[in-house]
Design a protein around this ligand. Sequence first.
Ligand SMILES: [Zn+2]
Length: 326
Amino acid sequence: MCGIHDLTEHDLQPLTHHPAYLDKIKGMRFFDPHVHMTSRTTDDYQAMADAGIVAIIEPAFWLGQPRTGVDSFRDYYSSLVGWERFRSSQFGIKHYCTIGLNSKEANNEKLAEAVMEILPQFIYKEGVVGIGEIGFDDQTALEEKYYRAQLELAKEAGLPVQIHTPHRDKKQGTRRSMDIAIEHGLDPQMVIVDHNNEETVKEVLDRGFWAAFTIYPFTKMGNERMVEVVKQYGSRNIMVNSAADWGISDPLAVPKTAALMHESGIDSNDIHLVTYANAVRAFAQSGQINESDFGIASDQSEKFNGSTVLRGGQQPRINKNTTIIR
Ligand SMILES: [Zn+2]
């Protein structure tokens, strides 16, 4: 007999399956240097840990609707170095962040001024590995003003910069972002230019910047295109990220891309560089990254200011390889 009545609670638990691609990347470790976990669920964290992601960077960004006061920014930055870092640690993933005023909200001048004033309270905190994500969205005068101000801040703090390049007029916006960084005296090796595509990558690499690629499902930069980029340009100064957020995106983009690269015959050392080592090297220039902190499983019954990730009666997950959940 087969029907809905055969279902038990065990059949309905999240994440009880083991996707086939995981076998191709078994034993590999990944670093996703751009993912907005604040917008994601504990299922995502568990799936990321199961796929070999041992460390991540969460850049400060726009939350989907404009904030109305500086205190919202203060609380958001505090959560990036506080609660979200704790939540990540509960799944054995080391969480870092970059702190900055995003380009969209740079267009509210009064608020932007107030945010610039509080940034120094956060950028020197432990685990802050850069100023980001900053740069251009619509390429307005105010975006430029606060981009420049934050480049100065990065220089003063000796921190890497994580640049968000615009989705519209990308080639020109990317070039302009690099020109301005050079104008402010930044070493291109301290600047990670994000959201590249086939049109921008050559110039970014030729000028000595780091070239990050966001793998977006269904559009823009899919991971088959990423495989071709690595075949053409190699692995030097290139890194892959998911930029997963509150929109349609995939927090497993980095391990999935590694599996596809493996399938496509890309050398495993090159895969390691673009899905782990290059991002570590770029952001370790902050002095804040220690690989011995990566992927350390912690006790899920731990608390942060009295709160835990466990809900009433749940047991901490101990063996992440079993498919049985009781
Ligand atoms: Zn982002």
